[in-house]
Ligand binder design. Structure first.
Ligand SMILES: Cc1cc2nc3c(=O)[nH]c(=O)nc-3n(C[C@H](O)[C@H](O)[C@H](O)COP(=O)(O)O)c2cc1C
Length: 168
């Protein structure tokens, strides 16, 4: 059995929604999955101004050190101007100890994002690859081989990308 951590940042819940669906898929394969969120960096008065709901109580904040307990990762990164939000890069920056010890070396990692217009979805996912590469992790993209029909289907707005799942 493989232990998988889904690591998220979500202000309005779209990434959390996707994470819960991905977790159901992993559970259906008989593997173990836990959903986490990274620490918030915005002060509460700013969160109030942007009408951010409170974070889900059942999703704990993960520390870099806790990544040692997992075999593989799926990281949910909402799109911010075609990039990862500072909360995610703040978390990546906290993994220097794991980088030094090789704690994430050759552990598989997949990525997913969420956007409003779809603009910047792939650059957001690509932006995480520098961290993935420096850690020596194994990036597992969605690709086309198993999902060509779905990705090529333009009859509905589904937003997905070979780089990873996308909620648009
Ligand atoms: C500062 C900021 C920048 C954003 N930039 C983009 C963008 O480049 N493209 C896009 O389609 N949506 C953009 N959005 C919309 C978010 O990506 C979208 O609301 C997000 O997927 C919501 O995720 P969440 O509900 O998990 O927080 C932006 C939102 C904010 C607050």
């Amino acid at each position: 059995m493989v232990k998988i951590a889904i690591i998220t940042y979500s202000v309005y819940g779209h990434i959390t929604l996707l994470a819960r669906e991905i977790a159901k898929g992993i559970e259906s394969t008989g593997n173990e999955v836990s959903i986490f969120r990274v620490a918030e960096t915005l002060p509460q008065d700013v969160l109030d101004q942007i009408h951010a709901p409170p974070p889900p109580k059942d999703i704990p904040v993960i520390s870099a050190d806790e990544m040692k307990n997992y075999d593989a990762f799926i990281i949910g990164i909402p799109t911010r101007f075609g990039n990862a939000p500072a909360q995610i890069t703040n978390f990546f920056d906290s993994t220097g100890g794991l980088w030094q010890s090789g704690g994430l070396y050759h552990k598989p990692v997949g990525l997913f994002t969420s956007t409003s217009s779809g603009g910047g979805k792939e650059t957001t996912l690509r932006s995480a690859l520098s961290w993935v590469t420096h850690q020596g992790m194994l990036y597992v993209p969605l690709g086309y081989a198993k999902v060509f029909g779905e990705l090529a289907d333009i009859s509905a707005n589904q937003g997905a990308s070979p780089w990873g799942s996308v909620l648009s």
